[in-house]
Ligand binder design. Structure first.
Ligand SMILES: *Cc1c(COP(=O)(O)O)cnc(C)c1O
Length: 371
């Protein structure tokens, strides 16, 4: 529906007119209904193709008898498990219904009309949505080689800046920032803003100079680090993520957190998953092999791609990607068009199981030959 057609818009808060809903990867069931096909694969939402590990599955089964009760609103056990894992106080932990929820809390606490948030071109789509939903202004720094240009970002910081968002590695580009430049950037920010380092894909990264920003929390009280159980832990359906920060920032985030924002199955599963290093290791190894398989395939097909350290890779088709995406959908393969991220010639492909990666490559080979 367009703004002209919607009479209620006149009643809505300032930022709402400029918003468009987040576009998720198409669900398998929806595509199969539309096309009357089956056997669809989805390589569109950076999910873990292994799903959750057995420890999380067992914790979910054990929590089922309690479904009639409200969850623990303070998520005591989960916060303690996260705090132990990171060796911080439970007071430093804010639980979210997915880490998106935490990003939204940050926006609601620190942003309002007249203030600004800052992020890079091709950054995660939730940053502009969270900013605009509360009527604040988004400043978007140009990217360099598809990644964050920290100098360009620093140049846009001013007295109105309240939140700086950086995903490391970034989605949808898979680019990453090394420890030294990122830390220097954070140190150079004024005390009138907070900086969110979104580490949704951190488990997948093995570069030696890739930072763990949680290590900087003591030295940098304006820092908020977010993590999720949706990616390497394979719990995307349950919606659970968290922030680590100075407890005084966590106090503010918790003031706007919805009561019972994380359900009891999610709390139990996440508390079990955070210590399941074996499952994370298996997921990371599968990802590494799949990444090699896909990038070797792209090279064979003469397709460019953005080198990625995440569980996805963005392929450059050198022309409008939409018709190629349509052709993939007709073959029952869902990937992610990213024109809304300013990348109309690219498709983001999540790393899947070996057979699914092979099917994607074979389909792509057929399609680019004739299109
Ligand atoms: C997937 C993703 C998240 C995690 O979202 P959840 O709400 O925790 O499922 C956060 N940030 C980025 C950059 C992501 O790609």
């Amino acid at each position: 529906m367009t703004n002209q057609e919607n009479p209620f818009l006149a009643l809505a808060a300032p930022g709402i007119a400029g918003l468009t809903p987040y576009v998720p990867g198409k669900p398998v069931s929806e595509l199969e209904r539309e096309l009357g096909i089956s056997g669809t694969i989805k390589l569109a939402s950076n999910e873990n193709p292994l799903g959750p590990g057995h420890r999380a599955r067992e914790a979910i089964a054990a929590a089922l008898p309690e479904l009639g009760l409200y969850p623990d609103g303070a998520a005591f056990e989960l916060r303690r498990a996260i705090a132990d894992h990171h060796r911080v106080s439970p007071m430093a932990v804010t639980i979210g219904n997915g880490s998106n929820d935490v990003l939204d809390m940050v926006a609601r606490v620190f942003l309002q009309p007249g203030t600004e948030s800052l992020f890079s071109a091709h950054a995660f789509a939730v940053y502009p949505i969270a900013t605009q939903a509360v009527g604040a202004t988004a400043r978007i720094a140009p990217a360099r080689d598809y990644g964050h240009d920290l100098a360009a970002m620093a140049a846009l910081v001013n007295e109105h800046t309240r939140v700086v968002w950086i995903a490391n590695p970034n989605n949808p580009t898979g680019t990453w920032l090394a420890a030294d430049p990122l830390r220097t950037f954070i140190e150079g920010l004024p005390k009138t803003c907070v900086v969110v380092i979104d580490e949704a894909y951190t488990e997948y990264v093995s570069e030696p100079d890739f930072p763990d920003a949680t290590q900087w929390l003591d030295a940098h009280p304006h820092l908020i680090v977010t993590r999720t159980f949706s990616k390497a832990h394979g719990l995307a359906a349950l919606r659970v993520g968290y922030a680590l920060s100075d407890p005084r920032l966590a106090d503010l985030l918790n003031r706007v957190r919805h009561p019972f924002n994380v359900n009891s199955l999610a709390q139990a599963a996440a508390a079990a998953a955070i210590g399941d290093c074996e499952h994370v290791r298996a997921s990371v190894e599968l990802n590494r092999a799949g990444m090699r398989q896909l990038t070797a395939g792209f090279e064979r097909l003469g397709l460019g791609y953005i080198p990625s350290v995440g569980n996805f890779v963005t392929v450059d088709l050198g022309r409008t990607a939409a018709p190629i995406n349509e052709a993939l959908l007709r073959r029952g393969i869902i990937v992610r068009p990213i024109a809304n991220y300013g990348l109309p010639n690219h498709l983001r492909i999540s790393i899947g199981l070996e057979a699914d990666n092979a099917r994607l490559l074979a389909a792509l080979e057929d399609i680019v030959k004739v299109l």
